[in-house]
Write a protein that binds this ligand. Structure first.
Ligand code: IPM
Ligand code: MG
Length: 356
């Protein structure tokens, strides 16, 4: 298992270091894990002038899986767009064909009070957002800012081909089949042709999955329903931009975006695994960031890319036990519990792995 470690910027190196310790623990237990660090994002711009340098491209193409921290920082905000750290992330997703982004939105019972929503709304919450990741307005052309009739105009292109919609729909139907058998596809077909096609193709794909119940929802309504009654959802499938927005919204149902892992997979389950949160430059280097989303991303890696279900579940149980014991980073802290730093959180997860 050749794993590229791309720690990135801000809190990235701190949280990836804790996930690395967890992976090394399994290596010592006998899994054939090889870890290789690389540069992506702002740190890569600093070192090479490019957010996704050739060496990182090579490392990522050759790796069986990638563990990523986060990219971005205010010091890069004035760079030309092609040099922004985010471009490194978009480029690696596109280059590796990582079109299927799985974002599980799971509330740990221990964190029910950390959510801003009432306990009865979120208790037992377990949603999977399947976000298309290599198409849509993120990559569509033409795009740009130019002069038209004496003033600047900015424009992007929302575009999906049938085949792009079909392949993400298959991923979502298969996920729904493994779960409760319910899939909700989110679009804006009342306004946007691109998403009319989305709805048509998803509906057509449903014929291959008679055991899955498909529903459709407009994105504005979905945004509302996610905070009104989130437990009505099981699997949600949507395009790149709607998925970006809805997954941040959904993350807060679980108490903290600092808890949520993600997997971005190609058609052979080769993948990039990353927490869904950003680089949080304001808390970087202070040993207060929550490493659990990254540790849980390593668990997803073991499950999806390496079929190591036992190791993956063991990590998830160790995380849950750590929460049960009352250890809390700043983002999920509640009075009376144990305020814990980034490294100490890693220590506790490791201790709980060892004692299993
Ligand atoms: C995410 C992030 C990225 C995205 C940014 C950093 C480019 O918000 O993974 O959700 O928009 O996809
Ligand atoms: Mg996002």
């Amino acid at each position: 298992m050749k794993i590229a470690l791309l720690a990135g910027d801000g809190i990235g190196p701190e949280i990836v270091a804790q996930a690395e310790r967890v992976l090394l623990y399994f290596k010592q237990e006998g899994l054939k894990i090889e870890l290789e660090p690389g540069l992506l994002g702002g740190c890569a711009v600093d070192a090479t002038g490019k957010p996704f340098p050739e060496a990182t491209r090579k490392l990522s193409v050759e790796a069986d899986a990638i563990l990523l921290g986060a990219v971005g920082g205010i010091q890069y905000d004035n760079l030309p767009r092609e040099k922004r750290p985010e471009q490194g992330l978009l480029a690696i997703r596109k280059t590796l064909g990582l079109f299927a982004n799985l974002r599980p939105i799971v509330l740990y019972p221990e964190l029910v009070n950390a959510s801003t929503l009432k306990p009865e709304i979120v208790t037992g919450l377990d949603i999977l957002i399947v976000r298309e990741l290599t198409g849509d307005i993120y990559f569509g052309k033409p795009r740009g800012i130019e002069y038209r009739d004496g003033q600047k105009v900015g424009f992007n292109t929302m575009i999906y081909s049938e085949s792009e919609i079909r392949r993400i729909a298959h991923v979502a139907f298969q996920a729904a089949r493994r779960r409760s058998g319910r899939l909700c596809s989110v679009d804006k077909m009342n306004v946007l042709e691109c998403t009319q096609l989305w709805r048509d193709v998803v509906t057509e794909t449903a014929q291959s999955y008679p055991d899955v119940t498909l529903s459709h929802m407009l994105v504005d309504n979905a945004a509302m329903q996610l905070v009104r009654n989130p437990k009505q959802f099981d699997v949600i499938v949507t395009g790149n931009m709607f998925g970006d927005i809805l997954s941040d919204e959904a993350s807060m149902l679980t108490g903290s975006i600092g808890m949520l892992p993600s997997a971005s997979l190609d058609d052979r389950n080769r993948g990039l695994y990353e927490p869904i949160h950003g680089s949080a430059p304001d808390i970087a280097g202070k040993n207060i960031a929550n490493p659990l989303a990254t540790i849980l991303s390593a668990a997803m890696m073991l499950r999806y890319s390496f079929n190591e279900e036992t190791a993956a579940s063991r990590i998830e149980s160790a995380v849950q036990k750590t929460l049960k014991q009352g250890y809390r980073t700043e983002d999920i802290y509640e009075t009376g519990l144990r305020r814990t730093g980034t490294v100490e959180m890693g220590d506790m997860v490791l201790a709980n792995l060892q004692s299993q």
